[in-house]
Ligand binder design. Structure first.
Ligand SMILES: Cc1cc2nc3c(=O)[nH]c(=O)nc-3n(C[C@H](O)[C@H](O)[C@H](O)COP(=O)(O)OP(=O)(O)OC[C@H]3O[C@@H](n4cnc5c(N)ncnc54)[C@H](O)[C@@H]3O)c2cc1C
Length: 353
């Protein structure tokens, strides 16, 4: 998303821009997303939920998002919801395909299948983090087993490598990621949203060794903390044990029972086949695997999205936007799309200036 936003804004400002997209299509993970672009309703919640994030960048996202959403709407992007459905947050939901088309129609020529690595001119890095690189995920996130990818396949850390090669510094939170626990079964990108097993708060949560490693009372509303904890258990897997009461709980418009029924049969484990004794009252066990959507740590930038060196000074001619820029939602989770939108605009405006 950040690249489409930055290129659109640069053209708005009368600048010539070349958009290079490594993939076979535009839209990145935005196109696969639920497309709710949001911020915390209260500033204090943002700080509390993402305590180790860079306060200046959080402030930028928090303060600029409403105007940035209005800018998107002014381009012709039509929200499908005017609110997020979560009382803690405010924002808008768009249809990802139509938002991609709206931005794509304004960016000018796009070179597909081009990784931009040879670009010598001023560059805004917007490669979507490093979640698709098993090498970088192993090095920085250090999961106990391979994570499944729940995102576009092209975000392999090219922006991070380019920034690092130019002397750019990295942020805190390099071992953190946003993702979901997904059924431990085959699925594809059309099922990323529908198959998310987003009911850990009502489950008893065990690992392959039968250790109950996460207390459901501590599961955050986004469930990011339980997904990160699952990544650290053997094979990055967990079992959600559900009783009748848990099955009757609701996640938006569906019951947990309906979510479980929709999961592939391979992920539903008969209680007698579990590698440990299930807690009393359990009626269903679902085996899940930690799946990465995007990384949270990344390139250090300032409020103008300029890439910063180790000494804190900006590098000449290099910006980073979207989740290539790290350290905004560290310690928790905040909207990656909001980060892409606000930093994409900030980078374009600074580059143009
Ligand atoms: C199923 C799902 C649901 C989600 N739901 C939400 C949601 O509701 N709300 C929310 O805020 N976030 C959501 N997200 C996360 C959100 O999609 C990302 O945070 C957001 O897309 C990040 O924006 P970005 O511009 O950094 O990366 P992307 O949108 O992924 O774009 C990165 C682009 O860079 C390209 N690229 C990679 N390397 C290179 C290179 N070397 N040269 C050129 N191009 C390159 C990629 O192909 C891609 O097109 C969801 C994600 C998924 C997968």
């Amino acid at each position: 998303m950040a690249g489409l936003v930055a290129a659109t804004r640069l053209r708005d400002l009368g600048q010539a821009v070349a958009l290079r997209e490594k993939g076979t299509r535009i839209g990145g993970s935005m196109l696969l997303s639920s497309c709710v672009i949001w911020r915390h309703r209260d500033w204090s919640d943002f700080r509390t939920e993402c305590p180790t994030g860079d306060e200046r960048l959080q402030r930028l996202v928090y303060e600029r998002l409403d105007d940035a959403l209005a800018w998107l709407v002014s381009l012709g992007a039509e929200p499908v919801w005017e609110e997020t459905g979560n009382p803690r947050t405010v924002g808008k939901r768009f249809d990802p395909r139509s938002l991609t088309e709206t931005l794509g129609a304004r960016v000018g020529p796009i070179e597909l299948g081009a990784d931009g690595s040879s670009a010598a001119e001023p560059t805004i890095l917007c490669t979507g983090g490093f979640g698709a690189s098993s090498e970088l995920v192993t090095r920085y996130v250090r999961p106990a087993g391979p994570l499944r990818l729940r995102a576009n396949p092209w975000s392999e850390g090219d922006g991070l490598r380019r920034a690092a090669a130019s002397g750019g510094a990295l942020t805190v939170g390099m071992d953190e990621f946003y993702g979901r626990n997904m059924p431990d079964a085959p699925w594809d990108e059309t099922q990323f949203v529908a198959l998310s097993q987003l009911y850990a708060r009502w489950a008893r949560i065990f690992d392959e060794d039968g250790v109950e490693f996460f207390d459901r009372a501590g599961v955050s509303w986004s469930e990011t903390n339980v997904v990160q904890a699952t990544a650290r258990r053997r094979d990055a897997r967990a079992y959600y044990l559900l009783d009748e009461q848990a099955l009757a709980e609701r996640v938006r418009d569906r019951t947990v029972a309906e979510l479980v029924e929709a999961a592939p049969a391979e992920a539903i484990v008969p209680l007698a086949d579990l590698p440990f004794a299930p807690p009393q009252g359990s009626v269903v066990a679902v085996r899940v695997i930690a799946s990465i959507t995007h990384t949270i740590g990344g390139i250090r930038v300032d409020e103008r999205a300029r890439v910063l060196g180790e000494d804190g000074s900006p590098l000449h001619g290099l910006w980073a936007a979207g989740v290539d820029a790290g350290g905004i939602s560290s310690g928790g989770y905040a909207s990656g799309l909001a980060q892409a939108l606000v930093l994409g605009l900030a980078a374009a405006e600074d580059a143009a200036a």
